[in-house]
Design a protein around this ligand. Structure first.
Ligand SMILES: CC(C)(COP(=O)(O)OP(=O)(O)OC[C@H]1O[C@@H](n2cnc3c(N)ncnc32)[C@H](O)[C@@H]1OP(=O)(O)O)[C@@H](O)C(=O)NCCC(=O)NCCS
Length: 226
């Protein structure tokens, strides 16, 4: 259902789809893989780059969109800059429905790494670096549902940082899969217990979302597929 692959293996799996969603991470420190052409952005994307003053946000967008266009281009057998992307009303980039190709994807960036997923069903991804010193109770009270808050407080203190990341990335992956953004936060809940496999408790669209998550070097990754 979700296949984690290396960046170098992604194009082969995209060319011969197996019915699974293909997920891979690209570290900012790594050179772009050979299958990713550097000049993939469209004029409107280049305008966005020119308008983005924050250097890190600009670099993340350029890299993320370049890899995304390359991957979709492999799957659709199109030059990357010709892949027709449009935004939904909530700002989610999707393939232009006019081309009649049922292909889904999502991207997430954080300091040092980006996560990509492409597949035959709606998918959402999130990646988040663990940061010491965050007010976890404050964030949980602000962004999590009442049942999640209760579960968070009941967990042993030493599990709370992992539980927070589990919840934050899992909820965000579902919200991004649905494409509704944070306005549906109250209708999105996951199991926070990091000792168990990730699980969805409530999704904004009521659909059956499956969650996968893993942690590598203090970075939490989450993928939700419908
Ligand atoms: C905009 C949002 C979709 C993601 O924001 P984010 O966490 O800052 O950013 P990420 O790096 O994970 O994702 C950004 C990418 O998601 C995609 N995206 C944008 N809007 C989207 C939407 N409505 N649905 C799905 N994907 C979306 C884009 O590809 C974007 O990258 P791009 O601009 O380079 O193309 C939105 O969910 C948000 O504002 N989140 C804020 C964080 C938050 O409150 N989280 C609560 C979790 S409990």
């Amino acid at each position: 259902m979700i296949r984690r692959v290396t960046t170098n293996d992604a194009p082969d799996l995209l060319r011969s789809p197996s019915g699974e969603s293909v997920v891979w991470a690209v570290a900012d420190a790594d050179p772009l893989p050979a299958w990713v052409a550097a000049d993939a952005l469209t004029p409107s994307e280049l305008e966005r780059v020119a308008r983005t003053t924050h250097p890190q946000a600009r670099a993340q967008f350029v890299r993320g969109r370049t890899v995304l266009r390359a991957a979709l281009g492999v799957r659709l057998a199109l030059p990357p800059h010709s892949v027709p992307l449009v935004l939904t009303a909530d700002g989610k980039p999707v393939l232009d429905p006019a081309i009649g190709f049922d292909l889904h994807f999502n991207v997430s960036h954080t300091d040092g790494v980006a996560l990509f997923a492409v597949g035959p069903v709606p998918v959402g991804v999130d990646v988040e670096v663990h940061r010491d010193g965050r007010d976890l109770f404050g964030l949980v009270d602000r962004f999590f549902t009442p049942d999640e808050r209760e579960q968070f407080r009941a967990l042993p203190a030493e599990l709370r940082a992992a539980a927070f990341l589990r919840g934050w990335t899992g909820k965000e992956a579902i919200l991004k899969g649905v494409g509704c953004g944070v306005r549906e936060l109250a209708n999105c809940a996951v199991d926070l217990d990091p000792r168990r496999p990730p699980a969805v408790r409530r999704s904004p669209d009521g659909a059956d979302w499956k969650l996968t998550g893993w942690v590598e070097a203090e970075v939490a990754f989450a993928v939700a597929v419908r």
